[in-house]
Ligand binder design. Structure first.
Ligand SMILES: [Zn+2]
Length: 215
């Protein structure tokens, strides 16, 4: 999603949610966007800039691609996610707009590591998706099922048997994989941690009043 002036979002520089403002030059002239004639067919592409109101850094987009800073416009990876999984996820986000093949490959590996960490271990990713679907709420089970459809696993069986291999990707596959992983992070890691911290706080209160703790 393109970051624009007067819109709210998370800054790719400082990672703080804020409202973006117009970038200006030293004469306070607003530098907003330019329609640039691009390619052999001379189609228009928009070069746009805006500025973070928190850190003051400029963000530049050419079309849908963020060219400064190089990196992801996605929210930061939740701290509750195990390091081996979050490292792959962060790297996948970093190259999302540069290489869809690399992104999809890292995302598939990330997905498989999430399943393995939950002791869902089968011959291939497709079978692991089947197994995981049995225990997920319907919206998430449909989301992970669609990874196979969007990625056209039928035509590329190697995607499920050798998740680390770099193979051709379908349109939107890399982005969709990361979208689904974000939802899985919330379900598997973030929400249980919130519940646990609430439980701990309640148990502390119960303990203070001499009552038995909640199991
Ligand atoms: Zn910022």
């Amino acid at each position: 999603m393109v970051i624009e002036a007067n819109k709210k979002g998370t800054c790719p520089h400082c990672k703080i949610p804020n409202r973006f403002e117009n970038a200006t030059n030293h004469n306070d002239q607003v530098l907003h966007f330019w329609n640039v004639t691009n390619g052999l067919d001379n189609h228009n592409k928009i070069l746009s800039l805006c500025r973070c109101t928190n850190c003051g850094e400029v963000i530049i987009f050419f079309g849908e691609t963020m060219v400064h800073p190089i990196g992801s416009t996605r929210p930061p990876c939740p701290k509750e996610v195990p390091t081996n999984i979050s490292n792959d996820y962060k790297e996948a986000c970093l190259v999302e707009h540069l290489s869809s093949k690399a992104t999809a490959t890292l995302a598939r590996r990330c997905l498989q590591d999430i399943f393995h960490q939950r002791k869902i271990i089968k011959d291939d990713l497709s079978k692991e998706i089947d197994e995981a679907m049995k225990t997920l709420p319907s919206h998430l089970s449909e989301a992970i099922d669609s990874i196979r459809n969007v990625g056209n696993f039928g035509a590329h069986p190697i995607k499920s048997t050798n998740t680390g291999l770099i193979v051709d990707v379908e349109d939107g596959e890399a982005e969709w994989n990361l979208d689904v992983i974000e939802q899985l992070f919330d379900f598997y890691y973030v929400q249980p941690a919130i519940t646990q911290s609430k439980k701990d706080a309640l148990n502390l209160k119960l303990k203070e009043t001499g009552k038995p703790e909640m199991k």
